[in-house]
Structures are given as structure tokens and as C-alpha cells.
Design a protein around this ligand. Structure first.
Ligand code: ADP
Ligand code: MG
Length: 302
């Protein structure tokens, strides 16, 4: 449904996207995960035909973004990071105005509005002014708006940023139901691990390049074992001492040491016994997407 081939983009001489390729299948919820400046919005702008790539190509629903932007725009619904609603209007009025922009009216527009409000759980809020709605509800109105012309693909840039975890989960459930009930293909960008973990597949973007791709489980499985995090006074000295003694390579991040290791619980006992008094705290966890990102780039997402 979405095919991206060797996309590269620069702003002046700053490379924002470098040779990015991936495919999204029909009905997938596909995530672009990466830290600020990773290139997510750049890719998003190219896919939504706001911007033409320096090189490479992207095809959505059979249409090339550069050569057939109008056809692409008919096939995609777009939710931007910045809000686009008129806060002084009601939910319904916002949707109607958007429908008119698409040349929709009468019974057809009413049907589409009903359907969109129902899908996004907005039917009982239709008469409410947008300015009275919570952040989560506003995002749902944005999505309803993006769906009025019945696109096959929904593109969302950081749709859940600024929402609390409960509102984020709720948004994910609605997105999931769009896929289930209407077969909409969804591509979203995020820097929030939890949201990325709910995608079917994702790519990790760092400084404009794909550093890893796969399902969340596949990505986590790249780290064979557990992750042990140690807080110590002198990270460099301890990293060297641990490396020499245990033949593992700890990474130093934010005043902590991270060690990827099988049977982490055993390592914890051994390392604490090996350096009595030098370790302030110890933690163990199963690999997260953040760990995968650190593993691939040496940098953190947050
Ligand atoms: P993300 O959405 O992942 O935070 P962006 O695509 O916005 O990343 O940015 C990728 C890189 O391109 C960053 O280094 C950013 O500073 C740069 N960039 C983004 N937009 C512009 C712009 N309009 N002009 C110049 N540089 C930009
Ligand atoms: Mg962005």
C-alpha cells in the first residue's frame, strides 16, 4: 500500500533522510520510531505530498507522490502534529467544514460524518465546542476529519504527543478499530516507545537513516538476553573493570552502565560480589525498544 524507495532529503546541506526504503502492507499499522531530529516529519511531509524528495520515490495506493500528488491526496488522510481544528466551532461543524473542502454535501456528507464520529467515539460530543474537549478527544476529532473523504491510508505525525498514557492507549484503540472495521492502512510517527510497541511493524530512524526494522518482538529479540543497568560513581573505570573480568562490553549512558547479557540475574550476583561497595544500584529488565535503539546507535530515544 505504501512503497518507499531510496528516499533522500536535505535541507541545505543538512541530510534529513538518507536512502530510506520500506514497504507497508494493506491493513498494517506501521510505525516510524525515532528521537527528535530523526527524520520522521521529513518523511511524513514527503508522503503527504507537502514536500518533494531530493531523490528516491514513494508510491501510495499505486500513485507516485511526486508525479501524482492529487491522486495521492485522495488516497490519504493526514493528521499533522500541530492541531488544525477551529476551537470556536463544534465537533460537527469542524467536520462539515472539512467535508465542504472535499466538495461533499447533503446526505452523503451527513453519512460520512456519522460514520467518522461513530468510529472515533465522538457521537455524543458532536455538539460540543472543540475548545471544551480534552487533548485526547481533539486528536480523535482530527482523525475523524482526516477520514471524511474515505482514504485508504491514514498518515499521522506524532498524533499522541502531549497526551497522557491513558489517552494514548485510547487513541491506539480507535486506530486499531479503523484497521479492523474499515481496513485502513496506518502509518504513524512517534518517539513514544509504548505507542511504537503497539504497531504491527516499525522502523527505527536515527539521523535520517533506518537503523532497524521489524515487529516489536523481532526488534526486542535482537538483544539476546537481559539488560542490566548499574549505577556507579566512576562509570568509565567500572566499564573497563567489568569488561576485563566478564568479557562483556558495557555501554555508558547518562551516568549508568548498560550490559546486555544472558542470565542477567546471575551476572548481577557476580558483579556485585566482584566489586563490593562500588555499585550504588542494580536493575534488570527484558529488552525494550529503547534498548534496541541504544544497541543500534549508542544513543537514546528520549
Ligand atoms: P523528526 O520529525 O524525527 O524530529 P525532522 O524530519 O523534523 O525529524 O528533522 C530531521 C532533520 O532535519 C533535523 O536535523 C532537523 O533539524 C532538520 N530539519 C527539519 N526541518 C527543517 C527545515 N525546515 N529546515 C532545515 N532543517 C530542517
Ligand atoms: Mg517531527
Amino acid at each position: 500500500m505504501i512503497e518507499v524507495k531510496n528516499l533522500t532529503h536535505r535541507y541545505g546541506d543538512r541530510v534529513a533522510l538518507s536512502n530510506v526504503s520500506f514497504e507497508v502492507k494493506k491493513g498494517e499499522i506501521f510505525g516510524l520510531l525515532g528521537p527528535n531530529g530523526g527524520g520522521k516529519s521529513t518523511l511524513f511531509r514527503i508522503l503527504s505530498t507537502m514536500m518533494v524528495p531530493a531523490s528516491g520515490a514513494a508510491v501510495i495506493a499505486g500513485h507516485d507522490v511526486e508525479r501524482e500528488p492529487a491522486a495521492v491526496r485522495r488516497s490519504v488522510g493526514v493528521v499533522f502534529q500541530t492541531q488544525s481544528l477551529d476551537k470556536a466551532l463544534t465537533v460537527e461543524e469542524n467536520l462539515r467544514a472539512q467535508g465542504h473542502l472535499h466538495g461533499l454535501s447533503g446526505a452523503d456528507l451527513r453519512d460520512r460524518m456519522e460514520r467518522a464520529m461513530e468510529r472515533l467515539g465522538l457521537a455524543d460530543r458532536r455538539k460540543d465546542l472543540v475548545e471544551t474537549l480534552s487533548g485526547g478527544l481533539r486528536r480523535r476529532v482530527e482523525i475523524a476529519k482526516a477520514l471524511l473523504h474515505r482514504p485508504q491510508v491514514l498518515l499521522m505525525d506524532e498524533a499522541s504527543s502531549g497526551l497522557d498514557p491513558a489517552a494514548r492507549r485510547d487513541l491506539s484503540r480507535h486506530v486499531e478499530s479503523l484497521r479492523e472495521n474499515d481496513g485502513v492502512t496506518i502509518l504513524l510517527t512517534t518517539h513514544i516507545l509504548e505507542e511504537a510497541g503497539r504497531c504491527d511493524r516499525l522502523i527505527l530512524l536515527h539521523q535520517g537513516s533506518i537503523v532497524a526494522h521489524g515487529t516489536p518482538a523481532e526488534l526486542r529479540a535482537r538483544i539476546g538476553g537481559d539488560v542490566v543497568v548499574l549505577e556507579v560513581a566512576d562509570t568509565q573505570a567500572m566499564a573497563a573493570a567489568i569488561e576485563q573480568r566478564f568479557h562483556v562490553h558495557p555501554s555508558v549512558m547518562d551516568g549508568q552502565l548498560r550490559v546486555e547479557i544472558k542470565d542477567g540475574h546471575r551476572f548481577i550476583t557476580e558483579v556485585v560480589e566482584a566489586f563490593p561497595g562500588s555499585i550504588d544500584s542494580v536493575g534488570l529488565h527484558k529488552p525494550t525498544l529503547e534498548d534496541v535503539f541504544v544497541h543500534e546507535t549508542g544513543a537514546s530515544i528520549a
